[in-house]
Design a protein around this ligand. Structure first.
Ligand code: NAD
Ligand code: ZN
Length: 253
């Protein structure tokens, strides 16, 4: 493992353009359960019943009550962990340019990353299905299910449900970043949800080195990923950061 961390740090320090692709796994250490994997929400809920746009439209009350009820508690209380903070530190060092995230928790921005592409939107905003006005989630009383706009319309979160399109600018920018980067860090994603899972493939085809961090192997592991750091995002990022700092220091002398 130590050698793999050293190799990763070398790639990062000599890279021209580093991009990170993150998934629910990077927020697990902040107390937000992922969809898949151990303790994942899929063990409790059927995705098609709760995370598909048709289920939401057919019965917003049910989806808000059960699924969103659970998610909002953890999402609104969570704070960045060492995984997010490590990526913010890599940006501050001038190494990391952009984070493409599938998460809707806003933790990368809270950690300090300034260029975050939200592939699946954000739970921080709600939109009225009737008048289309947007409101900050924290300003809305979520004790009522479904929460309602002053106009009487039902609110939906501004995240992308299964069966919905990826916001076009997020998709275009992600594709551009993926084809332009020379190193991509893929952190905490099962790489099963398309089209997000295709971004490392684009990067790989464009000649980038893919470094993957995950406690479990994914379809990318050893096919697309050159380095697989098997472990938790926070712990791995801390090790990478200390090695990167060591390399930067030794270059100064
Ligand atoms: P996923 O739930 O499909 O997979 C999570 C991955 O994280 C798994 O591969 C798991 O092995 C790994 N993991 C678990 N603990 C980890 C840790 N400590 N460090 C690193 N990796 C860890 O997640 P996905 O690939 O992002 O796709 C699911 C979709 O669910 C996303 O598109 C996202 O929109 C949504 N989602 C978001 C959040 C959030 O915003 N935090 C939470 C749950 C689901
Ligand atoms: Zn309204």
């Amino acid at each position: 493992m130590k050698d793999l961390i050293k190799e990763t740090a070398k790639y990062l320090v000599s890279a021209r353009h580093v991009v990170a692709l993150t998934g629910a796994g990077i927020s697990v250490e902040s107390g937000i359960p992922p969809f898949r994997g151990e303790g994942g929400l899929w063990e409790k809920y059927d995705p098609m019943e709760f995370a598909h746009i048709n289920s939401f439209m057919n019965n917003p009350e049910k989806v808000w009550k059960i699924f969103m009820g659970d998610m909002k508690k953890v999402l609104l209380a969570a704070t960045p962990n060492d995984g997010h903070l490590g990526l913010a530190r890599l940006e501050a060092l001038g190494i990391l340019k952009t984070v493409i995230t599938q998460n809707v928790d806003g933790l990368h921005q809270l950690a300090g990353n300034t260029d975050v592409i939200e592939f699946h939107g954000n739970f921080a905003w709600l939109r009225c299905l009737k008048c289309d006005q947007r409101f900050k989630t924290v300003d809305i009383d979520l004790s009522e299910a479904p929460p309602k706009c002053p106009c009487g319309g039902i609110f939906r979160p501004e995240c992308v449900f299964f069966g919905e399109m990826i916001p076009p600018t997020a998709l275009t920018r992600s594709q551009e970043e993926s084809s332009q980067c020379d190193v991509m860090l893929v952190v905490g994603t099962s790489a099963l949800v398309q089209p997000a899972a295709y971004m490392p493939v684009i990067a790989h085809q464009s000649g980038a080195t893919i470094v993957e961090i995950n406690p479990d192997p994914t379809p990318l592991t050893r096919q697309i990923s050159k380095i697989f750091l098997q472990g938790k995002a926070g712990e791995m990022m801390n090790e990478i950061l200390s090695e990167v700092s060591r390399l930067i220091e030794s270059k100064k002398h």
